[in-house]
Design a protein around this ligand. Structure first.
Ligand code: ADE
Ligand code: ZN
Length: 326
């Protein structure tokens, strides 16, 4: 079995992390006070008790509500910096975090405020912690494609700050096809593409993300286990999956970690990676996710090392940079 010290020292990338999902209750209370906002919770303990989810939507309802404390450039800086400190603790050398501009612009926050706070922290993380990064702008799939296009317009002045775009929020009922045109436009703009698919949604959504959105990676993708053909395709085409173990058990995709298919997929030759998704809501950052696999699936050192190497290979870092890590 792999030890925590062994996994910590492996160079790792994190490729599926929502910055809004790294908002710890303690920081949420601090920002609420700083911004004069009354929270619907009395204490940190009360907040953590509310984080008892039954499915993806039950989480998203609370997650969007919590994000309301994020108002100023400094708020977005503090949020991102707190996450970077966890990365340093866990031996993470590269990150490609997500943010959801619509969650903020819909509340009247300027997208420039959001982008500036996040990118200022990422720059400090690069200089002070030696953690490199590429920011990914996610479109909310429960909103319309027109809304996504409007968001892309708002983001136009900041495009040089993004390595790519993603697609998140309520999956079932919002298939990839809904965003075919906006993803095609993003490709023309030279942006990489990723999409949540096959978290709660069917294999057809993974197929749609690949064939219609032309994504380089699938976020989650664990429901590929429903289809031998899809597992074979993902292995053959070397499409990375950014898998999030603690998220999957907290959102009841699996009832227990012992049922999680990540190591089975790894042994079948898929490029699977480990990620935290929304660590403040799901009980832990990257190293905790790796350790859950040790504890429930007896993950070996060799498997941990392969998962860590996959995360670097699957990243959008340059080939020169990857050669230095691997
Ligand atoms: N937004 C934040 N976390 C998410 C997840 N796991 N799935 C879809 N949308 C999300
Ligand atoms: Zn996610």
């Amino acid at each position: 079995k792999a030890s925590e010290a062994f996994i910590r020292m492996l160079p790792k990338a994190e490729l599926h992390l929502h910055l809004e999902g790294s908002l710890e209750p303690e920081l949420m209370f601090r920002l609420a006070e700083r911004n004069g906002i009354q929270l619907p919770y009395g204490s940190v303990d009360e907040v953590r008790k509310a984080y008892d989810f039954t499915n993806l939507q039950s989480f998203l309802d609370i997650y969007y509500q919590c994000a309301d404390v994020l108002r100023t450039e400094q708020d977005f800086y503090d949020l991102t910096w707190a996450y970077l400190e966890h990365c340093q603790q866990d031996g993470v050398v590269h990150i490609e975090p997500f943010f959801d501009p619509q969650t903020h612009t819909d509340r009247g926050i300027d997208i420039g405020t959001v982008v500036s706070g996040i990118t200022r922290a990422l720059r400090d993380g690069n200089e002070q912690l030696d953690i490199s990064s590429g920011l990914i702008l996610c479109f909310l799939r429960h909103l319309s494609e027109d809304d996504a296009f409007a968001t892309l317009d708002l983001a136009q002045p900041y495009l040089q700050h993004f390595v790519g775009v993603g697609l998140d929020s309520s999956e079932v009922g919002n298939p990839p096809e809904k965003f075919a045109r906006v993803f095609s436009r993003c490709k023309e703009l030279g942006l990489k593409r990723v999409a949540h698919a096959g978290e709660e949604g069917p294999v057809a959504y993974i197929e749609g993300a690949l064939d219609i959105l032309d994504v380089q990676r699938i976020d989650h993708g664990v429901r590929c286990t429903d289809s031998e053909a899809m597992m074979a395709r993902l292995a053959h085409e070397n499409i990375p999956l950014t898998v999030c173990p603690l998220s999957n058990t907290r959102l009841k995709v699996y009832q227990h970690m012992s049922e999680h298919p990540i190591l089975t997929l790894l042994e079948r030759g898929l490029c699977v990676t480990v990620n935290a998704d929304d660590p403040a809501f799901f009980g832990g950052y990257l190293l905790t996710n790796y350790m859950a696999l040790v504890d429930s699936l007896d993950m070996s050192r060799e498997q941990a090392a392969r998962l860590a190497a996959n995360s670097l290979t699957a990243s959008f870092a340059s080939e020169e940079q990857k050669a230095l890590w691997l």
